[in-house]
Ligand binder design. Sequence first.
Ligand code: AGP
Length: 615
Amino acid sequence: MCGIVGYIGLRDATPIIVEGLRRLEYRGYDSAGVAVIQSDQIQIRRDVGKLSNLQRKLEGEPISGSIGMGHTRWATHGVPAEHNAHPHISMNGEFVVVHNGIVENYLELREELAAEGVEFRSETDTEVIVQLIARLAADGAHGDVAEATRMAAAYLRGAHAIVVMSRKQPDRLIAVRIGNAGGVAVGIGENEMFVASDIPAILEQTRHMIFLESRQMAVITQHGATIQTLDGAPIKAEVHNIPWDPVSAAKGEYKHFMQKEIFEQGRSITDTIRGRVDFDHDTVLLPDLNLTPEKARSLTRMVIVACGTSHYSSLVGKFYIEHLARLSVECDYGSEYRYRDPIVDDKTAVLAITQSGETVDTLAAMEEARQKGATLWSIVNAIGSQAMRVADGYITMNAGPEIGVASTKAFTASIADQYLLALRLAELRGTLTPEARRTHVRNLAHLPELISRTLDGDPAVAALAERLYQYSNFLYLGRGINYPIALEGALKLKEISYIHAEGYPAGEMKHGPIALIDRNMPVLAIALKDSVYEKMISQIEQAKARGGIVIAVATEGDTFISTKADHVIYVPETPELLSPLVTVIPLQLLAYHVATLRGADVDQPRNLAKSVTVE
Ligand code: AGP
């Protein structure tokens, strides 16, 4: 969704803000803008489309100042257009605002302000915030930007992240967080401070950050930040040290972030496992989960809440936790969970999986679980994110920054995390024999190498993409533990190449989707030499009999399958439970190559955002 960057210090704010916005490009946006205070006046430049348009405008009409803010917009109210782009300035030219979220009662506020003579220059909900601040500053807040912002916050319904500055107080930026409209990170530098909606925006500048909780406000000056609640109570905020390496947030030798992130998976899985598995004692350590033996034994049920790719990851996790720890698992969409009046008790653990840790639907599901008394855990990639902070315990993915909108390495990292969680639960619940535990733990040691070998198959997948990229519909089939991979493979293809693709449990094909199969329908079937191999072969035969073009993802050495399928992508033999971590890789690569051949914008697909902070 929208991205926010702010700066106050001794340097020129504009290039720092633009660079921060560039690092947020992956979030998806339709326009961008920057505001600075220059010679006591607020100067704004905005443009629609890519950041390069704004950069060109700034080259032609430069602005500079030691305090400023920038924004990338993902339209909710008002079409993508320059006059709707942020920052928005008050009618009196005194205040300027960038905003992430939706003002649910904006129409009502707009009417009230218009009746008082305010002339609106955009169709956005955001503009009411800045006009309201200006009105309250003149009427009760004695011109003070922090006080006027605090007062304005009381009028706003919905969830918000807001940054405000005033030309009359050019020594401070005000940041407010209300609810879960994305994070607010306050970055601490030497004689300079930063504020951003996402860590990568300012990670090049500082690794020391404070994260605002809901209903908190930061008054940020060049020398530091004071945090308070919106009721005025002072807060002693914790400073987090972010371990991510800024270099890892750059594209390096790769054409796209998505491509880089696919190829990072050997290393990212090593980082996920590192320090958590004691191979000498066949045990798993997850200290941040705060899981006691009593809790592990008392659980009767687990619910995993997540969205999109993270939801498909949870479907693999269900296999692990049920099979290894003998704990019943239900997976639900974050966006649906709270609308079902879910049954939860103190013997239920609710696990949220979220790369960004800021997905509003997942956070809402967590909130529902919290209120109903569940033990609340999260698996997150973004350190310090809301999903990490509100949980009773968490497991980090350790995948490093994921910039491509299409999630790849976070998917495999979160699956690996669930495997670790299942083994930990199994150990504490005594559901595995020592021999079985040893086998499952030790299988992990080979995983990074198996992933690297799978990635070596990239040229073959690229060649296959050349033959397939012009088709308009794809069907992905999988069974057992690779059924979620069929769903994920189809999602990857549709989100970055805009080709219609459906994932199905292979056994369901005959109950409907088989009607779609003809010679224009590539059918991708994951058919490893595993417990469902024969069943998958018979699905392949059924698809072939209807003229479908079958692409099989198969185990190395399986020559028989090449007599059944039109094309075969081989992956190394992998223990069945861990096989999704390998089979998903050619599907990620296929989506990537097909999308690039179709000329699609792989890292920033249309209409999508990396962090979905609206409902
Ligand atoms: C993945 O490729 C997606 N773009 C999307 O489905 C994503 O997985 C979903 O929005 C959830 O995000 P999260 O993991 O950050 O919560």
